[in-house]
Design a protein around this ligand. Structure first.
Ligand SMILES: NC(=O)c1ccc[n+]([C@@H]2O[C@H](COP(=O)([O-])OP(=O)(O)OC[C@H]3O[C@@H](n4cnc5c(N)ncnc54)[C@H](O)[C@@H]3O)[C@@H](O)[C@H]2O)c1
Length: 226
């Protein structure tokens, strides 16, 4: 339970879904958490983490806003002095065929999913560079690698995250900062409720053996659903 002892993790999108599960798991394994989200619900995540006996602060921040992102990082440094881990998890889906895709929806999706990763990574990695150490994990998507009907802006934003991850990995390696992306498949969170009404076909496409899969077990444990 001490894999991340004394590490400080800055997790965006921590109000719910994958971001919340990530924050809870990191805390469970010893990390101090900076839980960041545009939604006030992030305060609830912080409460749950404190109940695990770990230190946590919640910061309500829009990852598309440079000033607010920089202020969130300042708050984190003031509280914990350092940042060891960044998980860029905040994201939105946009569901529309290209022929109907409104420009505002394209802009918003690219802003949150791609510009958000750029802004948060830049602000956090400036702190990591000072200490010559850090780990950054960007939550991309399988959708970055295959085309999905009705998901043009989302697929493009996540492909951008992959490219940005590769560049950051190269640029930050000299400072001993590792940058990786994870590409989850369909995961049953709130975001998916907005897109898919039919679970059956998705479940058939998804290889899952919860008894053998360590991460799923951790997530289930974190949510108290073992
Ligand atoms: N659920 C899936 O099937 C799936 C699959 C692949 C990748 N992903 C990716 O995983 C990440 C998390 O997805 P999820 O399923 O947990 O979604 P979710 O909707 O449950 O959670 C997303 C979180 O991001 C926050 N957020 C949205 N806009 C924000 C902004 N501007 N600033 C700060 N926070 C903001 C939301 O408030 C929410 O708490 C996303 O990047 C998503 O694209 C999800």
């Amino acid at each position: 339970m001490t894999l991340f002892a004394n590490k400080v993790a800055f997790v965006t999108g921590a109000s719910q879904g994958i971001g919340k599960a990530t924050a809870l798991i990191l805390a469970k394994y010893g990390a101090y958490i900076v839980a960041v989200d545009i939604s006030k619900e992030v305060e609830r995540t912080a409460e749950e983490i404190k109940q695990l006996g770990r230190e946590c602060i919640s910061v309500i921040t829009d990852v598309t806003n440079r000033e607010r992102v920089e202020s969130a990082v300042k708050t984190a440094i003031k509280q914990f002095d350092k940042l060891d881990i960044l998980v860029n998890c905040a994201g939105i889906v946009s569901s529309s065929l290209l022929l109907d895709l409104p420009e505002e929806l394209w802009d918003k999706t690219i802003d949150v999913n791609l510009k958000g990763v750029y802004l948060v990574s830049q602000a956090v990695s400036k702190e990591m560079v000072k200490r010559r150490t850090g780990k950054i994990v960007n939550i991309s998507s399988q959708a970055s690698k295959v085309g999905e009907i009705g998901n043009g802006a989302y697929c493009a934003s996540k492909a951008g995250v992959n490219a940005l991850t590769q560049v950051l990995a190269l640029e930050l390696a000299p400072y001993n900062i590792n940058v990786n992306a994870v590409c989850p498949g369909y995961t049953d969170t709130e975001i998916m409720q907005k897109v898919f009404e039919i679970r059956g076909p998705i479940e058939q496409m998804t290889p899952a053996d919860y008894e053998k899969d360590l991460l799923s077990q951790c997530a289930f444990e974190a949510y108290g659903q073992t």
